[in-house]
Design a protein around this ligand. Structure first.
Ligand code: BGC
Ligand code: BGC
Length: 757
C-alpha cells in the first residue's frame, strides 16, 4: 500500500475518529448518540441547534410551532408554564419522527418562586455555602415545573455601577466571584445531572459583558488580554471547572469580533485552553445582531457563529433558516453541524431526558417543594446576610421595639421592588415588604405607621425609559406634593423614622443603565424633610447597584444597604433594624462618591504618580477625592472588632513552603457579631505592574462581646500567580505584602520575601 491513494486511505482511516467528536468519558452515551445521529436528517440536526423563543423565530412563526415540533425543527425552548411545557414536550416526543425531547430553559437567576436577594446582594454575604443552598433550592423548585436548564450563573465582573446588570453578578473581585460561581454551579447541578431535581447551569455572558464602555448596556468592550485573563475570565473558568454544562455567549465584541462569532473565544480559549465540553447557546437574538455589528447578512453571521464554536441559536432563527443553505454553499461543514448537534444531544442525555422527557415535570413535588416554610427560612437568612450596614452613628441602630415607628418612602411597602430584576416567576403576592416586616417583627410592642412619601422619581425621562416595552409612566408633580405632606404628618406622630428609598426594580438588570446613580431628587427632598423633624432617621436602601451617596453619608446617622432582598426582604430588614440579627454583609462592589470616578475598583494598579496632597502633579481630580465613599469589602456591625498585629510563620520563604498568617481579632462591642476577616496580597515588584491589593482569602468568624480569636490563613505560591505579558500564568519571586483587615482599605500589613529556591 505504497500508492498515494493508499496513503490517503490510511490517513482517512486515521482521521475519521479525529474528525468525529473526541469520545466522551461515557461510551454508553456515545453509542446512544451515534445511533440516534445516524438516523437524523440534516434538517433534524439543525433543528437541535434551534432554541425557539419569543424574539425572532419569524420563519418558525410562519410555519407554526406544532409543525416545527413535528418536523424536529426545535431543539430547545424557554419554558413559561408547567402546562405549556408539558404540551410542547408531548408534541415533540409524540409527533416527531425520532421522538427527541426538548430542553426547557429559563432565567432562574435568584430563585424560582422563593426569591433570594439579587446576586449582587447575595454576594455581599460572602457565604458560599448559603449561596449554594439558594441555587439548590432554586433548582429544586424550578425542576418541578418543566425547567431542566437555567440561564445562570451570571458571572460577569464589572467595575461600573452605571451598568444595570451589575445587579445580576457578584461584583468586582475575580477571586470571590470565582468562589461564588463554583457554588452556584454546584447548587444547580448537584453531583448527578440526571436526578429529577438538578438542572443544567449556563454560565453567562461569555465573555466580558461587564466591561461595556460607559456602563451602557450592550455597548462595545475593549480590554487587554492580560485584563481578560487576570480580572474578567476567572469566574467563567471557575464555573466551567466546577462542571457547568453550558455557556451563553455575550452580546458584546471581544477584540472587535462579537462573542457569538468569536472563534478565539469560543474555541481557542473555551474548549482548547479550558477543556469545556458542553454546549454554547447564543444570548437572545445575538447571532442575527452580529449584522448590526457589521459582520454580514443573516447567512454570513450564522455561518460565522457555527464555525466559531457556537452550538445553539437562541431566538434569532438564523441557524434554522440559513445553515442548510450554508452547508450546500460550502460555508459550513457537515462535521460542524454534527459536532454542535452532538453537544446538545449530550446535554439532553446527561439530564436523563431520553429516559423520561417529563422528568422535570412533577406536579406532586410542585405542591410540596415550592415556596415552603423551609425555603422561605433560607431566603430570610440569605436576605439578612446580604444586608450591609454602611453607617451607624449616635447609636441610632438597632431600633427599639417600642413607641411609634414611621416607615416612609416609595419602596417602603412595594412588593415587586423587593424581588428585583429577573423574578418573573417569583411569588409576588406573598412578598414581605419593609413595612409588613417591621410590623410583624415589632409585634405588639410598637406602633408602626406607613406613608409613601414620594414618587420614585419626578424625572419623566427616567420614568418613561424604565417602563417595560415602552409603557409610559406619567410623572405627577402634584401627587408628589400630596405624598410628601402626608408623610410629614405621619412622621410628626412617630418617634423613629425609617426612610425606605432607592431604585424601582426596573432601574437595574438588563437594559437599565443609569448615568446618575444617586437617589432621585424627589426622594432626597423627602429625606431632607424627614431629617428636619430632628427625629432619629434610618435610611434603608432598596436598589440593584452601588449608589453615589455623598450627601446622605454626610447627613444621615444610619444607612442600611438592603438591595432587592427577595421574598423575605421585609422580615430580614426588620431583623436587622431591631438587632434580632446583627448585620454582617460586606460590599463586593465599590460605592463611588460620584459617577465621575467610574470605573473605580479596589484592585487597581498604581500610577507613576500616586496621589500626594502636597504635589499638584499627582494623579487626582481637582474637585473630588480619589477614594470611594465605601470601599470593596466594607460593611459595619453593631459589634466593633479590633484587629491585632499580623504574625507570619516565616518572613523569608522558599519555593514550595507554606506561609501561615495569623491575626488576632476581638469583639470590643456590646453585641455578638460576625466579622469577615479579609486577606489581601500585593506583589510590589514584578515584570508587569501589579494591583495594589488582591483578595486571596477570607474567613467569617462569630465573636461574643469581649471574645478574642486567632484567625489563621495559609498561602502558597499558587496564590501569587498572575498572567505575565506573554500570558503565562506564573509567579515571580521577591517581596510580597500581606494585608489583613475588615475591608480592602482598613488593613494591617506585613512584608515577606518569597524566593524561588
Ligand atoms: C439576557 C440573558 C437571558 C436571555 C434569555 C437576554 O436578553 O441577556 O441574560 O438569559 O435574555 O432570557
Ligand atoms: C508634562 C509634559 C511636559 C514636561 C516638561 C511634564 O510634566 O507632562 O507635557 O512637556 O513636563 O515640562
Amino acid at each position: 500500500m505504497k500508492s498515494v491513494a493508499g496513503i490517503l486511505m490510511l490517513m482517512l482511516a486515521l482521521c475519521i475518529p479525529l474528525n468525529a467528536q473526541t469520545p466522551s468519558k461515557d461510551p454508553k452515551m456515545d453509542a446512544f448518540i451515534n445511533k440516534l445521529m445516524s438516523q437524523m436528517t440534516v434538517e433534524e440536526k439543525i433543528g437541535q441547534l434551534n432554541l425557539a423563543s419569543g424574539g425572532g423565530a419569524v420563519a418558525g412563526a410562519k410555519m407554526g410551532i406544532d409543525s416545527m415540533l413535528k418536523h424536529g425543527f426545535i431543539g430547545a425552548s424557554s419554558g413559561y408554564s408547567i402546562e405549556s411545557i408539558r404540551k410542547t414536550q408531548q408534541k415533540a416526543v409524540e409527533t416527531s419522527r425520532l421522538h427527541i425531547p426538548l430542553l426547557f430553559g429559563l432565567d432562574v437567576i435568584h430563585g424560582f418562586k422563593t426569591i433570594f436577594p439579587i446576586p449582587l446582594g447575595l454576594s455581599c454575604s460572602w457565604d458560599t455555602l448559603l449561596i449554594e443552598r439558594s441555587a439548590r433550592i432554586a433548582a429544586n423548585e424550578a425542576s418541578t415545573s418543566g425547567i431542566s436548564w437555567t440561564y445562570s450563573p451570571m458571572v460577569d465582573i464589572t467595575r461600573d455601577p452605571r451598568w444595570g446588570r451589575i445587579a445580576e453578578g457578584s461584583g468586582e473581585d475575580p477571586w470571590l466571584a470565582s468562589k461564588i460561581a463554583r457554588s452556584m454551579v454546584k447548587g444547580y447541578q448537584g453531583n448527578d445531572l440526571s436526578k429529577d431535581n438538578t438542572i443544567l447551569a449556563c454560565v453567562k455572558h461569555f465573555a466580558l459583558y461587564g466591561g461595556s464602555e460607559a456602563g451602557r448596556d450592550y455597548n462595545t468592550v475593549d480590554m487587554s488580554r492580560i485584563t481578560m485573563y487576570e480580572d474578567y475570565f476567572p469566574p467563567y473558568k471557575a464555573a466551567f471547572d466546577a462542571g457547568a454544562g453550558s455557556a451563553m455567549s455575550s452580546f458584546n465584541v471581544i477584540d472587535y469580533i462579537p462573542a457569538s462569532g468569536n472563534k478565539w473565544l469560543l474555541t481557542e480559549v473555551l474548549r482548547k485552553q479550558w477543556g469545556f465540553s458542553g454546549f454554547v447557546v447564543s444570548d437572545m437574538n445575538a447571532i442575527v445582531e452580529m449584522s448590526n455589528h457589521g459582520m454580514g447578512n443573516a447567512q454570513e453571521v450564522g455561518a460565522l457563529a457555527l464555525k466559531a464554536g457556537l452550538d445553539m441559536d437562541m431566538g434569532s432563527d438564523v441557524f434554522f433558516t440559513t445553515l442548510k443553505k450554508s452547508l450546500s454553499d460550502g460555508k459550513v461543514t457537515q462535521q460542524e453541524i454534527d459536532q454542535s448537534c452532538r453537544r446538545v444531544l449530550e446535554a439532553k442525555y446527561k439530564l436523563g431526558l431520553f429516559d423520561d422527557p417529563y422528568r422535570y415535570i412533577n406536579v406532586e413535588r410542585s405542591k410540596t417543594d415550592i415556596f415552603t416554610p423551609d425555603n422561605l427560612h433560607v431566603a430570610r437568612e440569605a436576605a439578612r446576610k446580604s444586608i450591609v450596614l454602611l453607617k451607624n452613628e449616635n447609636q441610632v441602630l438597632p431600633v427599639k421595639k417600642s413607641g411609634t415607628i414611621a416607615v416612609i418612602g416609595p419602596l417602603a411597602n412595594s412588593k415587586s421592588d423587593m424581588l428585583g430584576t429577573w423574578a418573573f416567576f417569583g411569588n409576588n403576592r406573598d412578598v414581605i415588604t419593609v413595612y409588613e416586616g417591621i410590623k410583624s417583627v415589632a409585634g405588639n410592642n410598637a406602633r408602626v405607621l406607613y406613608a409613601k412619601g414620594s414618587l420614585y422619581t419626578a424625572d419623566s425621562i427616567l420614568s418613561n425609559n424604565s417602563g417595560f416595552m415602552g409603557a409610559r409612566n406619567v410623572v405627577d408633580f402634584a401627587q408628589n406634593e400630596v405624598l410628601l405632606k402626608a408623610a410629614l404628618d405621619t412622621a410628626r406622630r412617630a418617634d423613629v423614622l425609617v426612610a425606605v428609598l432607592g431604585e424601582s426594580a426596573n432601574w437595574s438588570g438588563e437594559a437599565a443603565s443609569r448615568s446618575d446613580i444617586g437617589l432621585p431628587e424627589c426622594q432626597v427632598s423627602l429625606l431632607k424633610e424627614l431629617l428636619k423633624t430632628g427625629k432619629p432617621v434610618v435610611l434603608v436602601l432598596v436598589n440593584g447597584r452601588p449608589l453615589a451617596l455623598p450627601w446622605e453619608d454626610a447627613h444621615v446617622d444610619a444607612i442600611v444597604e438592603a438591595w432587592n432582598g427577595g421574598s423575605e426582604a421585609g422580615n430580614a430588614i426588620a431583623d436587622v433594624l431591631f438587632g434580632d440579627y446583627n448585620p454582617s454583609g460586606k460590599l463586593t462592589a465599590t460605592f463611588p462618591r460620584s459617577v465621575g470616578q467610574i470605573p473605580i475598583y479596589y484592585n487597581h494598579r498604581n500610577t507613576g504618580r500616586p496621589f500626594d496632597q502636597k504635589n499638584k502633579f499627582t494623579s487626582k481630580y481637582l474637585d473630588i477625592s480619589n477614594d470611594p465613599l465605601y470601599p470593596f469589602g466594607y460593611g459595619l456591625s453593631y459589634a466593633t472588632f479590633e484587629y491585632g498585629d499580623i504574625k507570619v510563620n516565616k518572613s523569608a520563604l522558599k519555593g514550595n513552603e507554606t506561609l501561615t498568617i495569623t491575626a488576632g481579632i476581638m469583639n470590643t462591642g456590646k453585641y455578638p457579631g460576625e466579622e469577615t476577616v479579609q486577606l489581601y496580597v500585593q506583589d510590589p515588584v514584578a515584570s508587569i505592574s501589579r494591583p495594589v491589593k488582591e483578595l486571596k482569602r477570607f474567613n467569617k468568624v462569630m465573636l461574643q462581646p469581649g471574645e478574642k480569636k486567632e484567625i489563621t490563613f495559609t498561602l502558597n505560591t499558587d496564590d501569587l500567580r498572575f498572567y505575565n505579558s506573554d500570558l503565562k500564568y506564573t509567579w515571580e519571586p521577591g517581596e510580597f505584602i500581606i494585608y489583613v483587615g475588615t475591608n480592602s482599605r482598613d488593613v494591617k500589613s506585613v512584608k515577606i520575601n518569597w524566593l524561588e529556591k
